[in-house]
Design a protein around this ligand. Structure first.
Ligand SMILES: [Zn+2]
Length: 331
């Protein structure tokens, strides 16, 4: 690992036209993110210059650290990453020592205490809980709903897509790399899109559902292509997810409210959709992590875990209802 002597030698060119904050001595400006709150958005380049110097062994930079454990190396905690982590905490300490020192963000993320090399342990734990919820509940669904139920296969696909999405969520929150971030985002979107498809299959026949599915698959592919190969645009990604999510909520809530008088279990559908939308407020009201562990995003993941059994309970009731309805027609 690298230990940086973070003084800025005279020849260490700062990005021109950008003044260093008087709040923080230059020596700790080793790793500043693009959304940092109290400091100028300039030091990513500075960090890269320092790290380049570290790799080339120039100017007061010592290669003194080595990976402490195999699992840390496997999780990608090499020189550069280890240095960033240490510098992040030195920066936080310095800023908080100031009279009105706030908690800064680094590359759009709050500082978290890592556990066993896991960057955001709370979000990882809650992602795993969500995934486990789908594993358990698809088992319950299989036991209670006969395999010839109308939505049998689509609910199985829901479980597969959900487990995949929560797996990548756990991976991304374990280690934040560009590719893990993309996988988390794309798989989360696939889940939102699939919920919309599932709503359609509740009413549509096989042919209509296949056509609607092909349309959604084409739109999803375009979305992934744009973000993956053209431009990774956070704002657009958020807008697209919110748009499909709200369309989803509108469709499912419309369906549930229309039928709630005849089928009392529709409250489960309504409660699920409203809970998810309420929990989404956590994503908007961001705050620094409590005990450097629980931030708003991790609590959003915590909140969705108990909703999973409720959603499957609704799907079980609805499929049993469809089976009874089909039997009555046959009689
Ligand atoms: Zn997440």
């Amino acid at each position: 690992m690298v230990e940086l002597e973070l003084g800025l030698p005279a020849e260490n060119a700062r990005p021109s036209g950008i003044a260093l904050s008087p709040l923080v001595p230059p020596r700790i400006l080793c790793f500043l993110g693009r959304q940092i709150q109290t400091l100028p958005e300039m030091s990513v380049q500075l960090l890269e210059e320092q790290l380049h110097r570290a790799e080339s062994g120039e100017g007061g930079v010592k290669h003194t650290h080595r990976p402490t454990a195999l699992y840390m190396s496997l999780l990608g905690w090499w020189c550069e990453e280890e240095c960033k982590y240490g510098c992040m905490w030195r920066t936080v300490e310095q800023i908080q020592a100031e009279p009105r020192g706030e908690v800064p963000q680094f590359y759009g993320k709050w500082p978290f205490v890592r556990v066993l090399g896991i960057q955001e342990p709370a979000s990882v734990l809650f992602s795993i809980l969500n995934g486990l919820g789908h594993v358990v509940m698809i088992g319950v669904f299989r036991r209670r709903v006969p395999s010839h139920a109308k939505m049998n296969s689509v609910v199985h696909w829901l479980a597969v897509i959900s487990i995949n999405a929560w797996f990548w969520s756990a991976v991304f929150h374990t280690r934040d790399f560009s590719w893990t971030e993309k996988m988390d985002y794309f798989c989360a979107t696939s889940l939102v899109v699939f919920q919309l498809f599932m709503w359609f299959t509740r009413f549509g026949g096989f042919k209509e559902s296949a056509m609607f599915g092909a349309l959604l698959a084409a739109l999803f592919s375009g979305h992934v292509y744009y973000l993956g190969f053209v431009k990774f645009d956070y704002g657009y990604n958020m807008m697209a997810n919110v748009a499909v999510g709200q369309l989803n909520a509108f469709c499912w809530l419309g369906f549930a409210f229309k039928n709630v008088r005849q089928r009392r279990y529709m409250w489960k559908c309504i409660a699920t959709i409203l809970s998810i939308n309420l929990l989404l407020l956590l994503e908007l009201g961001d705050f620094p992590p409590i005990w450097w562990t629980f931030d708003a995003h991790s609590l959003w993941h915590a909140g969705t875990a108990p909703v999973v059994p409720l959603w499957y309970s609704f799907l079980i009731d609805e499929n049993l209802y469809l089976l009874r309805e089909a039997e009555e027609k046959d009689v």
